[in-house]
Design a protein around this ligand. Structure first.
Ligand SMILES: [Zn+2]
Length: 137
């Protein structure tokens, strides 16, 4: 009998450490440039708006809308077999950036583009907590 394959876990880097620490506190954060005001995600060293290094972490509202999505019906490996069907979606955050995540807490067939969603957090391990999105109340 063979062991089930492990799920892919996010790698924490110096650029993403604060993001993952915030997720552990159940806070969604994005970077904001104090020079031009742009919000960005994923975490980077430079501002995507003006290339400045003046980036700070700010708490996002956690609200957004489904920008695009797909329903995964065939698991990529045995590690995900119990979860199909599930929704992989691009979420347009209220602050502007787009984040790839899952839409949870509803029938996958009920997900629509433009659907308002709210962040929820899922603990994956002692150190990794990931943001997912559920239909907004
Ligand atoms: Zn900037």
């Amino acid at each position: 009998m063979s062991e089930l394959p492990m799920k892919m876990m996010p790698a924490v880097s110096p650029e993403t450490a604060e993001y993952w620490a915030a997720c552990k506190r159940r806070e969604l954060v994005v970077q904001r440039c104090s020079s031009c005001g742009v919000h960005q995600f994923y975490p980077r060293v430079l501002c995507t708006g003006c290339s400045a290094r003046t980036l700070e972490w700010v708490r996002a509202s956690g609200r957004g809308a489904v920008k695009s999505y797909t329903v995964v019906r065939r698991a990529v490996s045995e590690a995900y077999a119990a979860e199909v069907p599930y929704v992989v979606a691009l979420i347009a955050l209220e602050e502007g950036p787009t984040m790839m995540s899952n839409v949870v807490g509803c029938d996958p067939e009920s997900v629509r583009i433009g659907m308002p969603v709210q962040v929820v957090f899922e603990d994956w391990s002692e150190t990794v907590t990931v943001p997912k999105f559920a239909p907004a109340a």
